[in-house]
Design a protein around this ligand. Structure first.
Ligand SMILES: Nc1ncnc2c1ncn2[C@@H]1O[C@H](COP(=O)(O)OP(=O)(O)O)[C@@H](O)[C@H]1O
Ligand code: SF4
Ligand SMILES: [Mg+2]
Length: 326
C-alpha cells in the first residue's frame, strides 16, 4: 500500500477552560487522504473542522494543544519536526485556503508581491522569472487581465477575485495537500460555483490532494471522492461519495441530507454560523449525538459508539444505524 499524503490517527485536541474541564474539540479523530484524493469534511459550526485543519498544519492556537494522537504527512510524524522544518512544509508542501479572503491578504502589498513572496521564500525564485510564474498562476486562477492585476491592491478586488488570489497563494508552490476551510461560504452562489469548479480543476491538474471543509453537504455531492461527517469532534460517518449518497447510515447524516435537499429555509438556518450548533451541546458520555437523535435508545446514552465498517470502505459511528435501502 502506498503511504497516504495525510494520516491523522487518534487525534485529541483540547482547549483549557478556566475552572472547568477542558473543551475537547477533537476526540480520537482518524482520517487519511490518499494521493490526489479530495475528501469532503462536513459538519455544523463548532464541530471541530477548523481545529482539525489547524492541527494538521500544527497551528493549534495556544493554550489549545494536541493532547493525543498523531498527524503524519507523507509518512512523517509532524510532531517530530521543529518550527523551521514546519515553516518549510507550510505553504510549500501543504497549504490552506480559508473564508474571508480579505482578512487573509495584506492590504499594503500588491497581489503580485503577496503571491511572489511565498514563491520566493520557498524556492528562491526571483526577478523576471518570479514575475512570470506569478502571472502564470494568476492566469490559472482565471484572473482577467493578470498583467494589470499583478500591481493591484486587495481593496481593488471583488470578493471572488480576492478568493482567487488566496487560491493562487495556496497553489503557487505546487503543494501535495491543500486544505480548504469553508473557503467559498462568503461568496454568492454563482461565484461560489465558479470558484469550486476552478479549485477542482486546479487540484486535478496539479495532482494535489485536498481536504475540503464545508458546512454545505450539497457541495460534496459534486466535488469530493470521499465524504466524512464530523460531529462534536468525532467522525460520525465516512465513505466514498457514491456509497455515502446512495446509503447514508448515520442519523445525523440523514438529517443533514434531508435539511439540504428539501427545505431551503432549513438549509439557510443550518448554514448560519452557530445557530444549529447552539441548539444542543454534544453529549459528554455515550453517543455525542444522542441529545438530538430521533433513533436514540437508552444504550446510546451510556455507551460511546465506535466507528465500524458496515460495508466495504463505509464506516459509521452508531449503535443503531439507519438500515440499508433495498
Ligand atoms: N481558540 C480556541 N479557544 C477555545 N476553544 C476553541 C478555540 N478554537 C476552537 N475552540 C472550540 O473547539 C470547538 C470546535 O471549534 P472549531 O474547530 O472552530 O469548529 P468549526 O470550524 O467546525 O466551526 C468549539 O467548541 C470551539 O468552541
Ligand atoms: S448511537 Fe444512538 S444516539 Fe447515537 S446516532 Fe446512533 S442511534 Fe443516535
Ligand atoms: Mg471553522
Amino acid at each position: 500500500m502506498t503511504t497516504p499524503v495525510l494520516a491523522v490517527e487518534g487525534l485529541d485536541v483540547e482547549f483549557p477552560s478556566y475552572g472547568e474541564a477542558p473543551v475537547r474539540a477533537l476526540h480520537g479523530l482518524d482520517l487519511s487522504i490518499g494521493e490526489q484524493e479530495i475528501v469532503g469534511l462536513v459538519g455544523e459550526s463548532g464541530s471541530g473542522k477548523t481545529t482539525l485543519a489547524r492541527a494538521i498544519m500544527q497551528l493549534v492556537p495556544p493554550p489549545g494543544r494536541i493532547s493525543q494522537g498523531s498527524v503524519s504527512f507523507e509518512g512523517r510524524d509532524l510532531s517530530k519536526l521543529d518550527e523551521e522544518q514546519l515553516r518549510t512544509l507550510r505553504g510549500r508542501a501543504m497549504s490552506m485556503v480559508i473564508a474571508n479572503p480579505r482578512s487573509e491578504l495584506n492590504p499594503l502589498l500588491t497581489v503580485g508581491q503577496q503571491i511572489g513572496n511565498i514563491l520566493k521564500y520557498h524556492t528562491g525564485c526571483k526577478g523576471r522569472e518570479l514575475r512570470e510564474r506569478v502571472i502564470e498562476m494568476l492566469k490559472e486562477v482565471r484572473i482577467p487581465d493578470p498583467e494589470r492585476r499583478y500591481d493591484a491592491f486587495p481593496h481593488e478586488l471583488s470578493g471572488g477575485m480576492a478568493q482567487r488570489v488566496v487560491m493562487a497563494i495556496a497553489l503557487i508552490c505546487n503543494p501535495r495537500l491543500v486544505i480548504s476551510d469553508d473557503a467559498t461560504s462568503g461568496l454568492d452562489v454563482t461565484v461560489q460555483a465558479q470558484v469550486l469548479e476552478l479549485l477542482k480543476r486546479l487540484a486535478e491538474r496539479h495532482r494535489t490532494a485536498m481536504l475540503f471543509i464545508t458546512r454545505d453537504i450539497g457541495i460534496t455531492a459534486h466535488f469530493c471522492d470521499r465524504v466524512a461527517i464530523i460531529y462534536g469532534g468525532e467522525i460520525m460517518e465516512i465513505a466514498t461519495r457514491a456509497r455515502f449518497f446512495a446509503n447514508p447510515m448515520h442519523p445525523y447524516s440523514v438529517l443533514l441530507l434531508a435539511a439540504f435537499s428539501h427545505n431551503p429555509k432549513l438549509r439557510s438556518y443550518w448554514l448560519k454560523e452557530g445557530e444549529a450548533a447552539a441548539e444542543a451541546r454534544p453529549a459528554e458520555t455515550g453517543c455525542p449525538f444522542a441529545p438530538r437523535c430521533v433513533r436514540v435508545r437508552e444504550h446510546c446514552r451510556s455507551v460511546h459508539p465506535e466507528l465500524r465498517e458496515l460495508e466495504a470502505g463505509h464506516h459509521v459511528r452508531c449503535h443503531f444505524p439507519v438500515e440499508r435501502r433495498a
